[in-house]
Ligand binder design. Structure first.
Ligand SMILES: Cc1cc2nc3c(=O)[nH]c(=O)nc-3n(C[C@H](O)[C@H](O)[C@H](O)COP(=O)(O)OP(=O)(O)OC[C@H]3O[C@@H](n4cnc5c(N)ncnc54)[C@H](O)[C@@H]3O)c2cc1C
Length: 380
């Protein structure tokens, strides 16, 4: 077992760190405050290959492995959780669904632009009335000759209002329940397709979230992704990988919170000594560091399994569950560490805490991860 990152991944990590120090760190607070989606920075990340990390080189992508994606997302999250969520969801959800299960003509048409960052990808599974119970979706797709007619709505969709290419799931054979769901590729501006940005989120405020509405939206059968009625099974595979990335995002936020706390503990004094000299705070740091390292190892293990072509569903759930809850604990401690200043946006730790909470909810809540893990224990 090798716990060191390969040199190629270390170089990638450094490139992303340098980029974020210069282009993200100085702006993250303002983007969060104003809820600004940093489109230009996302475009620049596209130029660095970060928006097409797992897209094969033949389609203009970087052809990187899952471990690389985890390293990049962790590094960005250290500076800005929202931007990390943009990168994670664009690479891991809609774009991946198209890359893995889409027909060649759609890959030829969209993957190069998604890889360059010219286009943004979004993925619509959750609905106003169903999230954890994803198979309980109400959006329908009814066949009409060589076309399908979609009706319904999707909720909380990342890149929903800024996206260009959307993969959405719809019920095609109601009586077959989760074995009667199909994926379709939609594009911005299609007649009957509208987006409504959602504001007022607790965190991840400079990531774009929207509701998608489909009203008698007609889409050609050649925009179907995967076999008819097999969309839900494909979706579970996409989510498995996505959970590794959300775990990495959580580790990055926790790490950012720890680093800020260390810095602050050296500067702030109380009772005539730096606060970092108090054992109570040192123990807090020790807990943060230990839990975040453990979380990273779980994330890297699941990434390695994915890259080796081995099963990793339960390992990805464990990584996401532990990393997201460890991150929330670490960020909460970081706010405590900063005292009253931690409660203001003068320091980034309150933002990290708000952002970290999303990791316990998005791409399957902690309760759903525990259900997946427990199911596997009994199955084995
Ligand atoms: C910022 C943000 C971005 C998102 N991005 C996307 C996206 O890009 N695409 C997309 O499709 N979705 C996205 N989502 C949706 C997200 O995946 C769902 O919110 C999440 O899966 C939970 O679903 P829900 O909100 O419907 O909650 P519910 O499923 O209604 O859950 C409510 C509560 O009940 C619990 N619960 C439900 N079922 C069970 C059970 N069987 N056992 C125990 N407890 C249970 C849940 O854990 C939770 O605590 C996003 C959400 C947010 C907030």
């Amino acid at each position: 077992m090798d716990f060191e990152l390969p040199e190629s991944h270390q170089a990638l990590q450094k490139m992303v760190r340098d980029f974020c120090e210069k282009n993200v760190k100085p702006h993250a607070r303002e983007w969060d405050r104003s809820g600004t989606f940093p489109r230009e920075v996302v475009r620049q990340l596209g130029e660095l290959g970060i928006m097409g990390m797992q897209i094969p080189e033949e389609f203009g992508g970087a052809g990187l492995d899952t471990l690389a994606v985890a390293v990049v997302v962790e590094e960005i999250a250290r500076y800005d959780g929202s931007l990390a969520l943009t990168v994670a969801s664009h690479n891991g959800l809609g774009t991946s669904h198209l890359r893995v299960f889409g027909p060649k003509h759609l890959k030829d048409r969209f993957l190069p632009k998604l890889a360059s960052g010219e286009y943004l990808g979004a993925w619509g599974l959750t609905e106003p009335g169903s999230g954890s119970d994803a198979a309980g979706m109400k959006t329908t797709a009814v066949r009409k000759g060589d076309r399908w007619v979609l009706n319904g709505a999707k909720m909380f969709i990342t890149q929903g209002s800024v996206g260009d290419v959307f993969v959405v799931l719809a019920v095609t054979t109601k009586e077959k329940k989760q074995k009667g769901i199909t994926a379709f590729c939609l594009t911005r501006g299609m007649p009957g397709f509208s987006q409504r940005a959602i504001h007022g989120k607790l965190g991840m405020r400079s990531s774009d979230t929207a509701e998608l509405v489909m009203e008698n939206l007609e889409v050609a059968d050649d925009h179907r992704i995967g076999e008819v009625d097999s969309g839900f099974i494909d979706t579970m595979k996409i989510l498995d990988k996505g959970r590794i990335t959300i775990g990495a995002l959580a580790v990055g936020l926790g790490r950012g919170a720890l680093e800020e706390s260390v810095r602050y503990s050296r500067e702030r004094t109380a009772f005539g000594q730096p606060i970092g000299d108090f054992q109570a705070l040192r123990w807090m740091m020790a807990d943060m560091k230990t839990e975040l390292d453990a979380a990273r190892l779980l994330v890297w293990r699941s990434a390695r399994l994915a890259d080796a072509g081995k099963p990793y569903t339960v390992e990805a759930s464990m990584a996401k569950l532990f990393a997201s809850e460890a991150a929330t604990r670490a960020c909460n401690k970081a706010v405590q560490f900063h005292g009253g200043y931690g409660y203001t946006n003068e320091f980034p730790v309150e933002r990290y805490l708000r952002d970290a909470k999303l990791c316990e909810i998005g791409e399957g809540t902690s309760e759903i991860q525990r259900t997946v893990i427990a199911r596997e224990i009994y199955r084995r």
